[in-house]
Design a protein around this ligand. Structure first.
Ligand SMILES: *Cc1c(COP(=O)(O)O)cnc(C)c1O
Length: 382
């Protein structure tokens, strides 16, 4: 992303800067890849629910993947259509289920039998039928950070394969449930395609198995999780969508009329956002030099939460000499560190710093800890 430094310099920091032309290009690449295939892409709203970002994604015709009642309402507000909404989450409360049913969303991705029973009960009370997909835990290790691995048996998501027959049979027999298909989501920031190939094999087995039992699914939801390049964002601003979709084009044995749903978050919005902040102080002790920013973990929590590393750029330094710094925020927590031993040009108080690839799980995870203001957002159209 090319940042217009002279314009940014005068703005109050920290703020998220979004490149809408990169977002539009990303959306177009995805739409080109799925054209002619029975594929539906849902945007995972939790990655970034900024209304301007949502407006662009609505225009591209995407569906949504939602994880709370408020996300269902925000998606409706933004103009997304209910018939392309999937609602996942292990702990949907009654009002959230009601919001989904009242607005006639496409499906609830159901994560347990008690949840399925409650959805059936609430739908019955309203004289409605609720579309559901059963979230299957395929026990596939996505080889990503343990906090963002979701498809192995030791975590809270989905229903295990050994009990799936029973659960599918139950779904088929509940009067106010319409079973649309199976749902999978194996993790996030997945950077090899191998786990997706394994997922396809697992799906083929399951679809065939249930076909023999007389159960046909109108769709299979393969989830999201495609990773982005945090180390070389300028070289790779677009995630490897071609290879990703190709895995499913080649690997899934679909039946007549069966659709494949995808739920992509990070790979859609990750690269279009940077967090812009100013250097408050440069501080030195006996072993280290610290660059202290006015942005912290309250603006971008990924480094503190997942030990993530984002590329950091000094936008304004005119220095040619390089120095090694720990780049930190102002929050009263030792984990409020963006990067240790980061090589930057000699950096001074007042320099403008960009933390790249911050479009996903950045602004949406911001908090007001330390009574700080939430970060603002600015948009460039390139
Ligand atoms: C978070 C989430 C996604 C999106 O994951 P990304 O890694 O951002 O693509 C998709 N589906 C479900 C169920 C999720 O919870």
């Amino acid at each position: 992303m090319k940042l217009p430094i002279d314009t940014l310099r005068d703005l109050h920091t920290p703020f998220y800067c979004y490149d809408l032309s990169l977002l539009r290009h990303t959306l177009k690449v995805i739409n080109d890849e799925i054209e002619g295939y029975p594929f539906v892409v849902h945007y995972a709203l939790k990655a970034n629910a900024n209304p301007v970002i949502l407006g662009e994604i609505v225009k591209a015709g995407f569906g949504t993947d939602l994880v709370s009642g408020n996300e269902v309402l925000a998606a409706l507000d933004a103009g997304f259509i209910a018939s392309k909404m999937a609602y996942a989450g292990v702990g949907k409360t009654d009002w959230e289920i009601e919001a989904g049913i009242d607005n006639d969303i496409y499906c609830f991705n159901v994560e347990s039998v008690p949840e399925m029973e409650v959805i059936n009960e609430i739908a019955a009370r309203k004289g409605r039928t609720a579309g559901i997909a059963i979230r299957v835990n395929p026990n596939i290790d996505a080889h990503t950070h343990r906090y963002i691995t979701t498809g192995t048996t030791d975590n809270k998501f989905g229903i295990d394969i050994p009990v799936l027959d029973e659960v599918v049979e139950k779904a088929v027999n509940l009067p106010n449930i319409h079973l649309r298909g199976l749902h999978f989501h194996i993790g996030s920031q997945i950077t090899t395609l191998e786990p997706y190939k394994m997922l396809c094999e697992k799906i083929n087995e399951l679809v065939e198995h249930f076909e023999k039992m007389g159960v046909k699914f109108e769709m299979i939801d393969v989830g999201g999780g495609l990773g982005v390049d945090y180390e070389n964002p300028e070289e790779n601003p677009i995630a490897p969508f071609h290879d990703f979709f190709d895995v499913f084009k080649q690997g899934l044995k679909l039946h007549e009329g069966q659709k494949v749903h995808f739920e992509l978050g990070r790979s859609i919005v990750g690269q279009c956002g940077s967090l812009i902040s100013k250097v408050v102080f440069v501080k030195e002790n006996s072993v280290k030099k610290f660059v202290i920013l006015d942005a912290g973990m309250t603006d971008l929590i990924r480094p503190a939460l997942y030990s993530a590393h984002h590329k950091i750029v000094n936008l304004t330094s005119q220095e040619s000499d390089m120095e090694t710094y720990d780049v930190v925020g102002p929050i009263c927590e030792s984990s409020d560190v963006f990067s240790t031993d980061e090589r930057l040009p000699l950096t001074h108080r007042g320099d403008l710093i960009a933390i790249l690839t911050a479009g996903a799980y950045g602004e949406s995870m911001a908090s007001r800890y330390n009574m700080r203001d939430l970060p603002q957002s600015k948009f460039i159209k390139g």
